[in-house]
Design a protein around this ligand. Structure first.
Ligand SMILES: *[C@@H]1O[C@H](CO)[C@@H](O)[C@H](O)[C@H]1NC(C)=O
Ligand SMILES: *[C@@H]1O[C@H](CO)[C@@H](O)[C@H](O)[C@H]1NC(C)=O
Ligand SMILES: *[C@@H]1O[C@H](CO)[C@@H](O)[C@H](O)[C@H]1NC(C)=O
Ligand SMILES: *[C@@H]1O[C@H](CO)[C@@H](O)[C@H](O)[C@H]1NC(C)=O
Length: 392
């Protein structure tokens, strides 16, 4: 262990030294050896963290989860918010506190400091929702037997209130800029159709730009660009995600567990477009214990950024996954800088025979950093729904 820590210290000093070099020099070095260095650093960094923190090795609510009502380790402001929970009911038939989600949100103070749970009754809510940064700690809670649907059909080329095109970012039916957002048993939808070869038809169902957000038992329906995993630490569990082109995209650092990824593209498309643009960004998508299936042929990912990073582990891949597996998006130099890894996957789509040679089959050690809640620093914010709903 002492040996290990010594190495870590050395690496840290090395990194610090590198950071102080002029950026040009950094870039050229980065292109050559740094990538391989990063690989082993990542493994060691993870080992160090797990030795020090003994973090959960699995999803919340199972092995390694926090004991109920134990808020130790949570961010201080989150802990405060959870201990001062408020519940309100949204029902379209007028029997709740509010008849629309927006009305309920309008009543939440700016600079909100309490966990506010919106219990949303079953129904189809045709609302366009934007949760501002100043309203953290909001939860959308639906009924697992009959989850509410929040639906819209805006597209990137649609016109905004200012008369300008919405662009992909503002096409979202639900956009979340706030931190500590949670959704349980909710269907997020964008019904705009996507025609092959058309432009401006990106139509986001949900955009998550806030940090430390969790989605349990949620569904995301769309076509092109369904789920904008924009930025921050995110956790998705038991979710259904459907789309055609790049239907999970952005530069979030996210763990997807037990998710069902359904491709409906009518031509070859990509499931993910992860936008990690340089090695100083910690972003990347990790899919664990999931299923890739559907009707449209897909790459597992295509490189939106030079350092695009996507991992699939313990995932069943149906024959919809192209033998090549991954795409450089027409930029060959990305082949040596992206990080596309597979670990213990199964099914016809996981056959590695036809894979691009720059895809990686991860070793146990290489996979480890990506396949637990620690990947998203879960100990500081992630609660299972049971724990989460249990506090007063
Ligand atoms: C999530 O869905 C499962 C069924 O897939 C259900 O058993 C569970 O109760 C749901 N969780 C919550 C918090 O409603
Ligand atoms: C969106 O839905 C509205 C209302 O149903 C409809 O009038 C409109 O044509 C739809 N737009 C698109 C792009 O599908
Ligand atoms: C990496 O990307 C981020 C986000 O685009 C940017 O802020 C940062 O300056 C970049 N760093 C380098 C070394 O290019
Ligand atoms: C993988 O694909 C190759 C080429 O199509 C085939 O020969 C081989 O039998 C497949 N392996 C498995 C385990 O299905």
């Amino acid at each position: 262990m002492a040996w290990n820590n010594g190495i870590n210290l050395l690496l840290l000093l090395l990194l610090l030294a590198l950071c102080t070099l002029p950026s040009l020099q950094l870039q050229s070095q980065e292109r050559k050896g740094d990538f391989e260095k990063w690989l082993s650093w990542n493994v060691r960094d993870h080992q160090k963290k797990t030795t020090l923190g003994a973090e959960a090795t699995s999803s919340t609510g199972r092995r390694g989860a926090r004991p109920a009502a134990d808020l130790k380790g949570l961010d201080t402001k989150l802990k405060k918010a959870e201990l001062n929970k408020v519940r309100v009911r949204v029902s379209q038939d007028g029997t709740g506190d509010y008849s629309s989600i927006q009305e309920a949100l309008d009543d939440i103070p700016l600079k909100n400091t309490r966990r506010v749970i919106l219990e949303i009754n079953p129904g189809v809510y045709r609302e366009k929702i934007l949760i501002p940064r100043s309203q953290p700690f909001i939860t959308f809670l639906g009924d697992s037997a009959n989850p509410p649907t929040i639906t819209g059909n805006d597209t990137a080329s649609g016109t905004g209130r200012d008369g300008k095109p919405l662009k992909t970012f503002q096409s979202a039916t639900v956009g979340v800029n706030a931190d500590y957002f949670v959704a349980i048993n909710i269907i997020f939808e964008n019904t705009a159709p996507h025609d092959i070869g058309s432009t401006g038809e990106q139509a986001v169902a949900l955009r998550i730009s806030g940090n430390k957000a969790a989605f349990h038992n949620c569904s995301f329906y769309g076509s092109q660009d369904t789920l904008y995993d924009h930025k921050g630490l995110h956790y998705f569990n038991n979710c259904f995600i459907q789309g055609s082109v790049d239907f999970i995209f952005g530069y979030g650092r996210s763990l997807y567990e037990n998710c069902y990824l359904n491709s409906i593209s009518k031509k070859v498309a990509s499931l993910t477009a992860q936008k990690r643009t340089n090695i100083s960004l910690s972003s990347g998508f990790s899919f664990k214990d999931s299923v890739v299936t559907g009707s449209g042929l897909v790459y597992l990912g295509r490189a939106w950024g030079d350092r695009s990073r996507v991992i699939f582990s313990y995932t069943y891949m149906d024959k919809v996954v192209l033998p090549q597996g991954w795409s450089d998006w027409g930029d060959q130099k990305r082949e040596s800088s992206v990080y596309y890894g597979e670990y213990k996957c199964s099914g016809p789509g996981a056959n590695l025979t036809g894979r691009v040679r720059w895809a990686r089959t991860l070793t146990d050690k290489e996979a480890k950093p990506f396949i637990g809640a620690y990947y998203v620093n879960g100990k500081t914010w992630l609660l299972s729904p049971q724990e989460f709903l249990g506090f007063n």
